[in-house]
Write a protein that binds this ligand. Structure first.
Ligand SMILES: [Zn+2]
Length: 205
């Protein structure tokens, strides 16, 4: 567990350094294995992720109820629980607020998704090989009602079993993976692709 907590914190600090978690926003979590209790360890609310350490993680159950730790879990913890419930193989969830994911989530809100097509880096997404080069990232309307948002997220996950991430409009990206390393790789790949797509659209104007 300690090793996983360190790995998650290293990843969060790196994302903060890249300015993907501005002003204490965003949250990262991992799920311990069933033998280790199957609990979620998530960054406590309101912390600067640039100096995150394992002591800053709180332990919660899948319903976002506090189990142990200092501080309080963020309101968005519920969304992590929804992802873990619906994606039994997911062992880590990352949520980042970046300029490009914020811009694209609004630009394509009416279409309902961002479509990423024929990019080499799509292969960085778990299970994607050269034969499948079309990735859809659904966009959900943002809300402060996290119970309602949790339901919308659950629907999107059920409707699209092959997706690797979900965007909340004008808010940020949620992505996950079967390990902390894979979830972090998904953040990096998707954020790269969002920026490429955003810049490509600007060239086309
Ligand atoms: Zn957020």
């Amino acid at each position: 567990l300690k090793e996983q907590a360190e790995a998650l914190c290293n990843g969060a600090r790196e994302c903060a350094r890249r300015w993907w978690l501005p002003a204490t926003s965003g949250n990262f979590s991992f799920r311990s294995s069933a033998e280790e209790g199957g609990r979620i360890f998530i960054t406590a609310s309101g912390l600067d992720k640039g100096s995150l350490t394992p002591e800053n993680l709180v332990e919660v159950d899948l319903d976002a109820q506090m189990v142990a730790g200092e501080g309080r879990p963020s309101a968005e913890t519920r969304l992590h629980g929804v992802i873990y419930r619906d994606r039994p193989l997911a062992r880590a969830v990352c949520h980042v607020h970046t300029i490009w994911n914020t811009l694209l989530s609004d630009r394509f809100a009416e279409a309902g998704c961002v479509t990423l097509e024929d990019y080499e880096l799509l292969k960085a997404l778990s299970g994607v090989d050269t034969l499948r080069r079309r990735e859809m990232v659904p966009i959900l309307e943002n809300s402060q009602d996290y119970v309602g948002l949790g339901r919308t997220l659950e629907e999107a996950l059920r409707l699209h079993p092959a997706i690797h991430g979900v965007l909340l409009r004008r808010h940020g990206l949620y992505t996950w993976g079967e390990s902390i390393g894979v979830a972090l790789r998904h953040v990096e790949a998707l954020e790269f692709l969002f920026e490429v797509e955003g810049r490509r659209l600007r060239f086309a104007d």
